[in-house]
Design a protein around this ligand. Sequence first.
Ligand code: TYD
Length: 153
Amino acid sequence: MQKTLVLIKPSAIQRSLVGEVVSRFEKKGLQIIGFKMMTLSDDLLKTHYAHLVEKPFFKRIKDSMQVTPVFAMALKGVDAVEVVRKMSGTTNGRNAAPGTIRGDLSMSVQENIVHTSDSPENAAIELDRFFNKDEIFEYEPLIFPHLYANDEF
Ligand code: TYD
């Protein structure tokens, strides 16, 4: 099973879409193994968006991520990284496919509701960045036999 990180961004919080976003992942069958609200510091955002720090628009991304606290969520499931990434849709909400979170709920590149890890390697790094070890919970959901065949996990 894989673990991955979702950040529910200020754009979702301001628009009262936190429950909608969480509900989509729950209904899909992803297991919530960590969930907390936090304020993102300048340093944390510079690390998290290191690939964009040199871009002229970095300051507006940073400011946008600090309008409110965010919800950090750790999800677990078979192929969870790819499943969650596909569910979030492409970066620009205007281009994202209908049915995806961004495609259904966003009209913007920046105000695009969620961050989701883009590879298993980055998911591991990002989970460590946002969660302490004791904030990630291991438990066996009773529903597993109804989510997966025996040989799928
Ligand atoms: P990026 O990591 O490229 O995309 P994703 O969130 O889909 O993994 O970009 C991080 C965030 O930076 C993105 O969610 C929104 C913002 N952003 C812009 O505002 N403008 C841009 O041109 C890009 C590339 C990103």
